[in-house]
Ligand binder design. Structure first.
Ligand SMILES: [Zn+2]
Ligand SMILES: [Zn+2]
Length: 237
């Protein structure tokens, strides 16, 4: 089946996102836009995942456990999991590997943890938008070992992307998909970077505002709309 996806959305937990990126607002906006599958990919944390999941109950939308992990090389890596327990294991590893710098809310913004009714449960005190001590290969291996998959985020951007920070994609990395940002013209991008034509590409919003969540414009063909099928596809060469 053809599914419309947006696999890169930030909730109000990410310091850089709008504070109306609440669990209910995200799910309702994604439903309004007709999306079949979304992932809330906060920086180095998935503390709002269960609340978003609960908001999606009874609605025709799949919400995949995910995170945007920052490697030691300051590369942003989207990681997706087929089950919550595996994602939680990775969350613990990432949390231990995160440099614990106090969040300056006045500079970076608040990091809101919310329940499924959008009530504030608390805030994360250490800054989430920072690098972990894990190298890119470690992250890919760890996520793979937990049955998940990694997609390098916004490869067309000039900061925090695998190409901007490493200059090229090492041949032996277990990577089959690359994410391009909403504004990227894929045809022109591949023309300029022909060495990337061996990868599959997926477009996501990296939404920090509700209005930025994609319309039905980024599609994946899945046997069924399940996290397991999604992970399977993203692992395929
Ligand atoms: Zn990013
Ligand atoms: Zn992001």
């Amino acid at each position: 089946m053809r599914t419309a996806v947006d696999l890169h959305i930030h909730s109000a937990l990410s310091p850089c996102s709008e504070k109306d990126m609440t669990p209910n607002n995200i799910v309702n906006m994604a439903c309004l836009k007709g999306l079949d599958i979304i992932a809330v990919t906060d920086h180095n944390s998935m503390e709002n995942y269960l609340s978003v999941l609960k908001c999606g109950r009874g609605k025709k939308i799949l919400i995949v456990p995910a995170m945007e992990i920052e490697s030691r090389e300051e590369i942003h890596l989207l990681s997706f999991f087929s089950d919550f327990a595996a994602a939680q294991s990775m969350q613990r590893i990432v949390s231990d590997a995160l440099m614990k710098v106090e969040n300056r809310e006045d500079i970076f913004g608040r990091q809101l943890v919310m329940d499924e009714w959008d009530n504030l449960k608390g805030t994360v005190k250490h800054l989430l938008l920072t690098a972990t001590e894990l190298g890119i290969e470690d992250i890919i291996d760890l996520v793979d070992g937990l049955g998940g998959v990694v997609i390098p985020a916004h490869v067309d951007r000039e900061s925090n992307s695998i190409l901007s920070n490493l200059g090229a994609i090492p041949e032996d990395l277990k990577i089959n998909y690359l994410e391009i940002s909403a504004e990227c013209n894929l045809e022109e991008y591949i023309k300029k970077n022909p060495q990337l034509s061996r990868y599959h590409f997926i477009r996501s919003s990296d939404a920090h505002h509700l209005g930025d969540i994609l319309e039905r414009e980024s599609f994946l063909d899945l046997e069924e709309a399940s996290a397991a099928c999604l992970i399977d596809l993203l692992k395929r060469k």
